[in-house]
Design a protein around this ligand. Sequence first.
Ligand code: NAD
Ligand code: DAU
Length: 336
Amino acid sequence: MNILVTGGAGFIGSNFINHILSERDDVFIFNLDKLTYAGNLENLKPVEGKKNYQFIRGDITNNELVDYIFKKYSIKYVINFAAESHVDRSILGSEIFYRTNVIGTNVLLEASRRYNIEKFLQVSTDEVYGSLGSTGLFTETTPITTNSPYSSSKAAADLMVQAFHHTYGLPTVITRCSNNYGPLQFPEKLIPLMIINTLNGKRLPIYGDGLNVRDWIYVIDHNKAVELVFEKGRAGEVYNIGASREMKNIEIVKLILNKLGKTEDMIEYVKDRPGHDRRYAIDSTKIQTELGWKPTFEFEQAMDNTIEWYLANKDWWQRIISGEYQNYYEVQYGNR
Ligand code: NAD
Ligand code: DAU
């Protein structure tokens, strides 16, 4: 089974490949990744040298390259993780988000059509549903309402995937997951950023009043759901993925401080994110009842694992934050 996994050097994609190849030898994974600032081959050490794994450096927007890969490696399955994934960066500059997330998905869909693939899984996000008030949950029928350049680019891709199913009968499935955490997450995202800043004695910048809510899921639970939808999801369908663990941002930050034995005076409330979605919360009844998935990691335990991973892997994140990251950090947080 030849599977093209895109974006497999990023946070979720690398956890996915490491997980799948530790359990299965009936699949061959071709990992197509551009290695942007977020892509890191160090993440894939566990699968280096495996005979059913091959890395290809390249851009999903490159038509010729994508066509060549489908033909040469007889690709019949696609799992599209590749994306520009950070909301704050999309606010600083949106063009690359539409290029990769929209045009890139189009290139993959067109190739999938030409080569009659058997399944195309689009890894999407709950952000396509916009923002909730203090009650209610996102279901698969919640209308698409997007508030950031990032979420609008992901929604555009989702609509395109559905159009290719309806028009051409392409066997597509879409997963929409809530906020992930776990090992190998790039330290621009809330949890690793706060862990690393705490360890480095830097201020912890909380946007706005800190009461925005996110629904957290451990990355392995997300990836097990992706695997299940890939195998058993019905063509044309959307499946929400979430672990029902709503937390206010300030609660997450205090929990990290507490685990690391530091005090709350490190917290600094800073200017809010423009267009900041207030609350996300996922109803995952469909994947649970139809496919039998449920989350297996308990939040406190998985957060402990995550913090321990960052403590044990300082080299990994020190290499990251000593590079281009410093420029980003200055632009994003310098004037807040
Ligand atoms: P990430 O930013 O950590 O990784 C993205 C990967 O895609 C990187 O390896 C990068 O090099 C690669 N990439 C970017 N542009 C590319 C291009 N043009 N061609 C080929 N490769 C390219 O992102 P992540 O957090 O691992 O997210 C993966 C996917 O999951 C994304 O589609 C994202 O929208 C979705 N998602 C993320 C979360 C989350 O909480 N992180 C939640 C739900 C859905
Ligand atoms: O919901 C799924 C989405 O979750 C994914 O589609 C995105 O790829 C992923 O980046 C994530 O988006 P968020 O914007 O929710 O994640 P982020 O970690 O950037 O922020 C989480 C919350 O924390 C959000 O309310 C903003 C806040 N925040 C974030 C940072 C980086 C802060 O208060 N301070 C910060 O420095």
